[in-house]
Design a protein around this ligand. Structure first.
Ligand code: ADP
Ligand code: MG
Length: 255
């Protein structure tokens, strides 16, 4: 479904080095790594927002380089790390822009587009705020609006950069559970960045561990989410408790 081959990227200095992985349909992959390790940069490359210095991304066996912006939007929905909308649009208007790739420049959105936008808003539980200006929402509510906008795109691939950013404790689980159910029900594919390895272990099929721009480990949760790899990744002594297959991960040093 998505394959990255030998990806390299640099701003003024080298950021990503020889990143390679392949993710199949209907799976959830989490990217873990310390701050500044290159997670957001990698997601931006996968959404064609940044161009790799070297290497290739294949989306359903097609080279990302050959896909138009419109076709990228049909296949891939991307959620940025921060809530970056500053205009005073309503919740509904913002989610409806998720349909933009389906609406021609001079055309009005169709009844179907409106229905899809409303459905995405109720999926994230914001139907009561549908007409509220985005700028008047809390950080967490803004996050949910942008997640709904991405869902309204109806893309097969979801790239979510810290979807749990700004969400309260219970909403972090609620939104990841929603994403998980959507992925499995509609055979989608998600690549998500998260800071909490507990959430990653719970939601993911596959994990990519990135440290200083290099791939430390890539593989199924069961094979790579262990104390040794996590301690190496975060340079902190970490313990992993396995309770009937459910992993509880905590840094030992601070408790
Ligand atoms: P992460 O998402 O893992 O925290 P990022 O991908 O955001 O990491 O950043 C990786 C590295 O690239 C960091 O060292 C960061 O400072 C650098 N970086 C990010 N964006 C830019 C930019 N626009 N220009 C120069 N350096 C950048
Ligand atoms: Mg980031």
């Amino acid at each position: 479904m998505i394959e990255a081959k030998d990806l390299n990227f640099s701003y003024d200095v080298d950021i990503l080095k020889n990143i390679a992985f392949s993710i199949s349909e209907s799976s959830i992959c989490t990217i873990l790594g310390p701050n500044g390790s290159g997670k957001s940069t990698l997601l931006k490359i996968l959404d064609k927002l940044l161009k790799p210095k070297k290497g290739t991304v294949l989306i359903e066996n097609e080279n990302l380089e050959n896909l138009s912006i419109k076709n990228v939007a049909k296949k891939i929905a991307y959620l940025a790390q921060e809530n970056e909308v500053s205009f005073s649009f309503s919740v509904f208007d913002i989610v409806l822009t998720g349909r933009a790739h389906n609406v021609g420049m001079l055309n009005q959105p169709s009844k179907e587009d409106i229905k899809i936008a409303k459905k995405a808003i109720s999926l994230v539980g914001l139907q009561n705020l549908i007409n509220k200006p985005f700028t008047q929402l809390s950080g967490g509510q803004k996050r949910l609006v942008l997640i709904a906008q991405a869902l309204a795109q109806e893309a097969k691939i979801l790239l979510f950069d810290e979807p749990t950013n700004h969400l309260d404790f219970s909403n972090q689980y609620a939104i990841l559970n929603l994403i998980k159910n959507l992925i499995k029900k509609h055979n989608l594919t998600a690549i998500i960045t998260l800071h909490d390895p507990n959430l990653a272990a719970w939601i993911s099929d596959i994990v990519i561990m990135i440290k200083n721009g290099s791939l430390l480990k890539f593989g199924p949760v069961k094979s790579i989410m262990n104390a040794q790899n996590l301690s190496e990744l975060y340079e902190t002594k970490i313990t992993v408790i396995n309770n009937n297959g459910k992993l509880f991960i905590t840094p030992l040093e601070f408790i």
